[in-house]
Write a protein that binds this ligand. Sequence first.
Ligand code: NAD
Ligand code: DAU
Length: 358
Amino acid sequence: MKTYLVTGGAGFIGSNFIQYMFEKYDNDINIINVDDLTYAGNLDNLNSINDRENYKFIKKNICNANKIRKIFLSNNVDYIVNFAAESHVDRSIRNPEVFIRTNVMGTLVLLNIAKEFWQQDDDNFKKGKKFIQVSTDEVYGSLEDKHDYFYENTPLDPHSPYSASKASADLLVKSYINTYKFPANITRCSNNYGPYQFPEKLIPLMINNALEGKKLPIYGDGKNIRDWLYVKDHVKAIDMIINNGRLGEVYNIGGHNEKENIEVAHIILDTLLELLDKEDNRKKHIKKNLIAYIKDRKGHDRRYAICPNKIKKELNWYPETSFEEGIKLTIKWYLKNNQWMKKITSGDYLNYYEEMYH
Ligand code: NAD
Ligand code: DAU
């Protein structure tokens, strides 16, 4: 039975990954979730699996080498799936340090301890072990030509402190692959959306604001393009890469689903109008004039777009959820889980929101 050490499993993608894995493998796997529960970590995301005997939650910082070593000493870890990160670009512009600590130093700690426990002799690692570095398309920088795409061999050109920290971590993983023949894959995915996403990110922020009758803040001219992928398609790709990805390879994950931010805002408003009951009081807030153009993000990348041909060809992965379907599923989830949203948008979130948008 394989044991997965998932870091950052209480966050958005990590919690979707853990749920997907138990739905698929049930009692045939063990998962240890190591998460430090920063503002973005939320154990409510894992309510459905908390009581499983083959699941363990450990509240620890991935930078804490002694604690991570202890986990390796008492468990036979087969896979590390490293989701743990500071993940929000706007926060990185305001406070880069913690991004370097977690995203770079934390990854180095995990690499070193996995190497310590998995390496047999100089160039040999125990069979069946693998480290998955969950990275991002942002490491490639920004595309100016609308016919251009990010390929796995596109040179890294990160622009924000967040993407610079993720690119640094990628380079560390790559250096371990090259130097030690360390068994790893790097995945670079485009923008995710779906259940359990923290409302600092565009889509849940717009849904929440629209339901509360608050402005939908659009940076700059609203024409920046992101390539949106439903989170379940992302976690499915990660599972495929764990099982069948060639050691040492980078895999881009994305679905040719490019949209301008302003288009996304309109789709959210239209979908809310379609899904809310006539009697629902919140429906009266939903108006196009909620959209408000505000000051641009510093160094705002213009366009991201993934070429997913490699993962399609090698692993037969393709995105199963269209944006039209995914955004409906997402909005329905947020409507049903109003309490989840209420709980996380009290307290610290209010201070963040105030500082960011006023
Ligand atoms: P998130 O911010 O929702 O979750 C991050 C999780 O990591 C949280 O649970 C947090 O508590 C935990 N964490 C943070 N610092 C930690 C530390 N030092 N030690 C232990 N745990 C810590 O992020 P997400 O959107 O779920 O992203 C997960 C990963 O996927 C990140 O590495 C991110 O770079 C990458 N990624 C995200 C997207 C996206 O669109 N959200 C796209 C591509 C790649
Ligand atoms: O591309 C993958 C990346 O996608 C991940 O690596 C990051 O972790 C994730 O946060 C995301 O980064 P973005 O910066 O693209 O996502 P965000 O949701 O913050 O913004 C999406 C777009 O919407 C971007 O062009 C900025 C814009 N935006 C965002 C917010 C929060 C606005 O116009 N208004 C807003 O209030």
